[in-house]
Design a protein around this ligand. Structure first.
Ligand code: PEP
Length: 257
């Protein structure tokens, strides 16, 4: 990891919890344990309708959305813009998550959302990752395409705001017949991603944080920091369990010493 970059732990709560009361309880539980955290940026991405409530409880924990549309406003039924997320207190936004890509979201759409989110002042967390691995290693090409198309036209002076989340779909907890990715898998891909972004953005690319996501737990977080070449982790399922999530934050914090 480059000196000067804080590590980052991101929670993707997905479509959980079911009530705002439960969301507050989970958030408050996490807040209690983060007072001693100094070197780790903590970002929680709840369902967007909880953002307004949760923003009141902590300045230390940053909030993010799980998607934001590219339109500035107008006839886009059901959508929320980056500007709206920013105005309600969000500072990050997950874009191109595999669960959205599975619903038909394209690299071109993710690209429009990234540019609009940056204009709105948000930091995009761009998710990339192959659905499966093959003996010919063509999964490298699919990640390369995702990066090329999603980051097309993003200005060099804004690229440091982007976080890239390498999330192999085959390792995500909700994928049927999933299996674990190893820190070695992560290391190999983060080196590859760094090469692609430095070819595209030059020295500015060294400021981009690359995180790993896919069934991360408090049991393997340390190994990913030690051997996975990452600047942080993105947790889904484990982030809904306050104890596990806090443990992951502590492991991150200890790895920065
Ligand atoms: C995710 O889907 O972004 C994710 C990291 O989920 P999980 O940790 O549950 O695999």
């Amino acid at each position: 990891m480059q000196a000067g970059k804080n590590k980052i732990i991101i929670a993707n709560w997905k479509m959980n919890p079911l009530t705002s009361k439960e969301a507050e309880k989970l958030f408050q539980h996490i807040i209690k344990s983060v007072s001693l955290v100094k070197r780790t940026a903590i970002v929680i991405c709840p369902p967007s309708l909880y953002l307004a409530k949760l923003r009141k409880f902590s300045r230390k924990i940053l909030l993010g959305a799980q998607d934001a549309f590219w339109g500035e406003g107008g006839p886009f039924t059901g959508e929320i813009s980056g500007e709206m997320v920013y105005n309600i207190g969000g500072r990050y936004v997950i874009l191109g998550h595999s669960e959205r890509r599975a619903g038909g979201e394209t690299n071109g759409e993710v690209n429009k959302k990234i540019k609009a989110s940056l204009t709105a002042g948000l930091r995009p967390i761009l998710c990339v990752g192959e659905t499966m691995r093959d003996a010919n290693h063509s999964y490298f090409n699919s990640v390369k395409n995702q990066l090329a198309e999603c980051l097309d036209g993003v200005k060099k002076d804004l690229i440091h705001k982007v976080v890239i989340a390498y999330e192999p779909v085959w390792a995500i907890s909700s994928t049927p017949n999933r299996h674990d990715a190893t820190p070695a898998d992560s290391l190999e891909m983060t080196i590859f991603i760094r090469k692609i972004i430095s070819d595209k953005f030059g020295a500015e690319a060294s400021k981009i944080r690359i995180v790993y996501g896919g069934s991360v737990s408090e049991k393997d977080a340390g190994d990913f920091f030690k051997n996975g070449g990452v600047d942080g982790l993105l947790a889904g399922k484990a982030s809904l369990d306050a104890k596990k999530f806090i443990e992951i934050i502590k492991i991150c914090e200890a790895s920065s010493r």
